[in-house]
Design a protein around this ligand. Structure first.
Ligand code: PHE
Length: 484
């Protein structure tokens, strides 16, 4: 799958709607095969949700989330991003798993990669059941330790005899001894896996004291926060493009050719004709092509007039745009490295900020950018409704529960995004309430094809957009070859 190419000698003209990953990938692959593509993008910049914010950028949001039913299209606050040179904030996608096709595109396009630290034993966890944050390694040692103790004792007491042979029992006890670092009587009393109050050096380390009792560890509800990286799409090592996620979309656009990508071009009408497609651009006339790939969010496309058919429009309106938000905090000083000894990774919380991410680039530099929240669904909806200054204040209050009152000090600049308030995007990703419409939209409506992560089983990943793009350009090409 790494050497994707369309083969065969015919080509045609294609209008691609949307210059996000799906649209740019379509234009890139079709262009390699000799097609004449034009990409129409309603926003002022390319990339869709693959936005990297830097000093000097501006970010304008809608006055309200369209889902909230207010003032459709009206613009609200504009943030002027004041980050210093070298600081960047991936406001959208930020991490790539090893198995994702996104990495094949990075290789093909020459986009350099570095490790994205997704989990870090030195970061903290703070759940609703915890009075204060605890290092991931400490929480894990206690959870694994007590679970191993319970299981080992139950095994010894014969509680599992119906399931286990004598040999199974010995092997299980052997496993649990390593898994939980439990003692000869199967007791968990802590271990150096928990970390130290004073780290070892010439002198031995000073331990953290005795572990909290079993009942407290159970009350901490650590299941979710300790298994985040068990997800197929979240396991380390993960990767990020050096210098910002927009390196991918800039490389794609460069290969497509700047002259073929028109930004600020809002599509107001899509018409299937017997021998082609007609697309009307606001203030820009009518464009014609053999085929069209509509690589817009479905809820946005559902509002564009045309003759795609009522069943297609109903299918486009089926997925629900979800809320997600991020806040970038540029600090004067990399206190998380200097004081907390945290180099990348995330603190997982049950607070409305979701996670705090520490930067995976610029280690030991002067300044650094922490993601003060990355939240989704109901948590994101809280912040979505606030102006930036309020988002900032609330996130700093919450983050102080992890890092103390100094968390609010030394901030040079900040920027936040509420994805449902992004013009022409209006959502972080979609959720399909049912698969109704999903298979209908896998097929073209006349000469109009649909592409995007929302038509894949990798919703909310650039890889889903790439996979969908490959499928659609292959189908268009086969049709063109057949019609020859
Ligand atoms: N891809 C996004 C992320 O990594 C959103 C997502 C999260 C998608 C978790 C699936 C699972 O944060």
């Amino acid at each position: 799958r790494s050497d994707f190419a369309l083969r065969g000698g015919r080509a045609g003209t294609v209008l691609v709607l949307g210059a996000g990953v799906a649209g740019l990938a379509c234009a890139y692959e079709l262009g390699k095969a000799g097609y004449d593509c034009t990409v129409l993008e309603a926003r002022d910049g390319i990339g869709g949700r693959s936005i990297t914010l830097r000093g000097g950028d501006t970010l304008t949001e809608l006055a309200a989330s369209p889902v909230a039913g207010v003032a459709d299209g009206a613009l609200g606050e504009t943030q002027r991003v004041g980050f210093g040179a070298g600081t960047y904030f991936n406001a959208g996608p930020a991490r790539i798993a090893q198995w994702m096709v996104t990495l094949d595109y990075c290789r093909e396009l020459g986009v350099p990669l570095e490790v994205f630290v997704n989990t870090n034993a030195s970061a903290y966890v703070l759940t609703a059941g915890m009075r204060r944050p605890v290092r991931v390694r400490t929480a894990r040692a206690d959870a694994y330790g007590y679970i191993s103790e319970l299981l080992a004792k139950a095994t010894d007491a014969g509680a599992l005899d119906a399931r286990l042979t004598k040999a199974d029992k010995e092997r299980l006890l052997d496993f649990l001894s390593d898994f939980g670092a439990i003692g000869p009587e199967h007791e968990y009393t802590g271990s150096e896996r928990r970390g130290f109050r004073v780290d070892p050096g010439v002198r031995p380390g000073t331990d953290l004291g005795t572990p909290p009792p079993l009942t407290q560890v159970l009350a901490e509800g650590l299941g979710r926060v300790l298994t985040m990286d068990a997800g197929y799409d979240q396991a380390m090592p993960m990767f990020q493009p050096v210098g910002g996620m927009d390196a991918i979309v800039r490389a794609l656009a460069a290969r497509v050719g700047a002259g073929r990508v028109r930004t600020g071009a809002r599509v107001t009408r899509i018409m299937n004709r017997p021998d082609g497609v007609e697309v009307t651009v606001e203030g820009g006339g009518v464009l014609r092509a053999d085929y069209c790939v509509a690589a817009l969010p479905p809820h946005v496309m559902a509002k564009i007039p045309g003759n795609l058919g009522t069943d297609v429009v109903a299918a486009l309106a089926t997925p629900t745009p979800m809320s997600a938000g991020k806040l970038g905090l540029e600090y004067r000083r990399r206190w998380w490295e200097i004081e907390d000894r945290i180099y990348g990774g995330a603190t997982e919380t049950d607070l409305d900020i979701g996670h705090i991410w520490y930067p995976s680039y610029g280690f030991h530099g002067e300044r650094g950018l922490v993601v003060g929240y990355y939240n989704t669904a109901q948590d994101a909806e809280i912040y979505e409704g606030l102006p930036h200054a309020e988002r900032l204040r609330q996130a700093l209050d919450q983050g102080a529960k992890v890092h103390g009152p100094a968390y609010a000090k030394g901030i040079l600049a900040s920027a936040s995004i509420a994805w449902r308030r992004q013009p022409h995007i209006e959502g972080a990703w979609v959720s399909w309430p049912s698969r109704n419409g999903f298979s209908l939209l896998q097929r073209p409506a006349g000469r109009v094809y649909f592409a995007g992560d929302w038509l894949s089983h990798l919703v909310a990943w650039q890889a889903g957009a790439f996979e969908s793009a490959r499928k659609v350009v292959t189908e268009i090409h086969h049709r063109v070859l057949k019609e020859a």
